[in-house]
Design a protein around this ligand. Structure first.
Ligand SMILES: [Zn+2]
Length: 156
């Protein structure tokens, strides 16, 4: 992490929000907090207190959780001033417990579907999005030259 005091212009702008994710060994992890009193894991990370038991912020420790889980619910956004529509936003029940609300990049989302997060780099910087585990696997398989020619059906 860069110290904001080492650049002349940083103090003139609003503080840059801290990233809510990082990559560990090639896998996206979500920065969250875990309550030492009740064990609740919160995402996004909390500072002032535990949303479950009310413990003071001193009882919260940072925790990195896997950015993977099952699709809990989703909706389609048709109006957005900044992004091309339509797109889908879903809530993903992560294996560490918290529901994570995030953009989906899935052809046909299904409740209960296994998802994992990836980082997308676009004009507005890095964003997190969830993709289907099987679609990601299919894409990886299609990229592999030794099996690319064995596909029998191609959609679209
Ligand atoms: Zn707690």
């Amino acid at each position: 992490m860069a110290d904001s005091s080492d650049t002349g212009t940083a103090d003139e702008r609003a503080p840059t929000p801290r990233p809510l994710w990082t990559v560990v060994d090639g896998s996206v992890r979500l920065l969250s907090t875990r309550c030492l009193r009740c064990g609740t894991v919160a995402f996004p990370p909390q500072r002032y207190g535990c949303p479950s038991c009310g413990a003071d912020g001193d009882a919260l420790v940072e925790s990195l959780i896997p950015a993977a889980g099952t699709l809990h619910t989703f909706t389609t956004v048709h109006l957005d001033p900044k992004h091309e529509t339509p797109f889908q936003v879903g809530e993903v029940a992560t294996s560490a417990d918290p529901l994570v609300r995030c953009r989906l990049r899935i052809d046909r989302p299904r409740i209960g579907q296994q998802l994992l997060a990836r980082i997308r780099v676009g004009d507005d910087g890095e964003t997190l999005e969830f993709v289907a585990v099987e679609e990601e696997a299919d894409r990886d398989a299609a990229d592999a030259p030794e099996i690319a020619g064995t596909e029998e059906a191609v959609d679209g």
